[in-house]
Write a protein that binds this ligand. Sequence first.
Ligand SMILES: [Fe+2]
Ligand SMILES: [Fe+2]
Length: 277
Amino acid sequence: MDSNRLLKQRIRRLKQLPTLPSLLRELFEVLQDEQSNFADIARIIKHDQTITERILRVANSPYFGHSGYVSTIEQAIMFLGYDLVKGICLGASVFKLLDGGKKRTLSNLWRHSFEVGIIAANIADQKSSSDPSVCFVAGLLHDIGRVVLLTLDMKKYLKIISSDDLVTEEMDCFGIDHALAGAEFLRNANLPEEIVATALFHHRPEEAESFPDLAGITAVAELLSRRFFPKDEDDGIWSEQTEGILLRMGLEDQDLILLEEAVKRQADELASAMSMN
Ligand SMILES: [Fe+2]
Ligand SMILES: [Fe+2]
């Protein structure tokens, strides 16, 4: 069997890891069951106090601008939407996977992920017909493959995590990059096809045959995150293609100044609700 298939198999087996928190295992089961509905996911979330609190904090955060107080998981799902709650649950539980020692790296990766989500949602809102909340989830989960690679070999991955050419380094070290690793993981969790495709193409949006707008928005959001929220864990790389997307979207200098102001404020509004602590 070639090494690529072997790696994909290891990613598929991740959900059976004994160390996987029971919430994540149950979540996988519900996500994989096409018959499941929001009552099933609410039942699972309620068993986990930390995730319950996080979802309620997110639903009540100024970022989502809800006027009344959201006090139950059912209300939160109704208000935020099933896909958004699924995305937050999956993201929050996966990014918590590797505790011990590497907390800072993971929380920075998580922060990078929701910053990309916020930028993507704002671009969608202003410059495209894509649904901002779908863009938010796509951004939130775009780099989940980096946690997958960290889980496969933490020592090896930490050596390359801040590389300026991360995708090439990943291919050299793992024979797979985080885009493919993430897409495999998300497909396996039965996340919607547009979220899977976005994870797969977020570093080469010009190749996305399905959902090219979403992949383009996420790629541009990833690039802008390096400019707005620079950190060791960001991984946006300017290229002619992404610059072309920026132009096609009509994002000009003045738009970028306003966008930066808005997303920085929103990231602050969401930070404590999303906090890993
Ligand atoms: Fe990435
Ligand atoms: Fe990223």
